[in-house]
Design a protein around this ligand. Structure first.
Ligand SMILES: [Mg+2]
Length: 341
């Protein structure tokens, strides 16, 4: 009997207005998926991104087209995951929702946490960064104080006010800081910003140039004093080889890749190409964040704070202690709906 699929749109208000180089948002519309089979429920989540032409509506439409693929033996979840990837072009968020739910269900049916199914050591979890959006200096100082429990910060920067925004954060803390420009700079200004940031205790810079600027990335990589990490320029495994000349590492997200299976392939290809690996996220509930966290031991850098930016998380996920996500022994993803707890 095929598993029973339920999907619904969830409105997620944010704790603070969230500003990056592309714009500002105050809430997020994601799609929550429940996959029922053999007395178990697998949870999955789609966090659609306008950058990739997605919305909650495109996710619902894609889910209805992907649902027939799930009519197979759920114990062979890897086969089903691969069939999901092949069934439609694009639609990473919709595929991720089903792929995450399949893995949660498999873990529950087999009685093991997902990291065990993947053979990973939860003690090898890197510290996750906590993200700070673009804001006015006083608000930035307050956000840095609120981020007290997190030892590493990730600061968003845009085309304007680079030194003002970064300077306000640096004035408020001596922590390790990562920077994400979300495609805001051109090559020459990027080099100037990065040379200055290198004097400010910055660990790495994410997506300084527009994703499509391949030649600019090669030029910048040859000159940058800091590691450069591709985010918007990377969706899935097949993108990795052409990024190796322009970046030092890649930011893998389940929502871009289309789930856990494709994220694992992407990480393997990155390692074969000599690239560092960050595992990141969108604004997501503890369902999406937990799914990515189970792959955490494979990463050099983690950026899994999407659930921490929500004013209400409909799921209880894994605690973060001194920046490290504690996965515990729960089967599958190990998350439970807050309403049920
Ligand atoms: Mg990014």
């Amino acid at each position: 009997m095929p598993p029973q699929l339920n999907a619904r749109v969830i409105e997620l208000p944010l704790r603070h207005a969230w500003t990056i180089s592309r714009g500002t948002s105050t809430s997020k519309r994601n799609v929550l998926v429940e996959l029922r089979s053999g007395g178990h429920v697998g949870f999955g989540e789609a966090a659609p991104n306008v950058r990739y032409g997605e919305s909650a509506e495109t996710v619902l439409e894609a889910l209805s087209r992907l649902e027939p693929v799930l009519d197979g033996d759920l114990r062979c979840f890897r086969e089903l995951s691969e069939a999901l990837q092949e069934a439609l072009p694009g639609n990473g968020a919709a595929k991720a929702a089903l792929d995450i739910a399949l893995h949660d269900l498999a873990g529950k049916a087999l009685g093991a946490p997902l990291y065990r199914l993947l053979g990973l050591n939860p003690q090898r979890m890197p510290i996750t960064s906590f993200s700070i959006g673009i804001d006015e200096p006083e608000t930035l100082a307050r956000k840095v104080r609120e981020a007290e429990p997190y030892p590493v910060l990730k600061v968003k920067l845009g085309a304007e006010r680079v030194r003002e925004v970064f300077g306000a954060v640096r004035a408020a803390t001596s922590k390790v800081v990562r920077v994400d420009a979300n495609e805001a700079w051109g090559p020459q200004e990027a080099l100037e910003h990065i040379e200055w940031l290198a004097t400010q205790g910055v660990e790495l810079v994410e997506q300084p140039l527009p994703a499509a600027d391949v030649e600019g990335a090669k030029w910048l990589r040859a000159r940058s004093p800091l590691p450069l990490v591709a985010d918007e320029a990377l969706l899935r495994a097949s993108d990795v080889p052409r990024l190796a000349e322009g970046y030092h590492g890649i930011n893998v997200k389940l929502q871009k890749a289309g789930g856990i299976r494709e994220a694992l392939r992407t990480i393997d290809v990155a390692r074969a190409c000599g690239l560092k690996v960050m595992i990141g996220c969108m604004v997501e509930t503890s369902v999406g964040i937990a799914a990515a966290a189970h792959l955490g031991p494979l990463a050099d850098w983690l950026d899994l704070d999407g659930n921490l930016l929500l004013s209400e998380d409909p799921f209880i996920g894994h605690p973060v202690v001194e920046g490290r996500i504690q996965l515990g022994e729960g089967n599958g993803l190990g998350v439970v709906p807050r309403a049920a707890a």
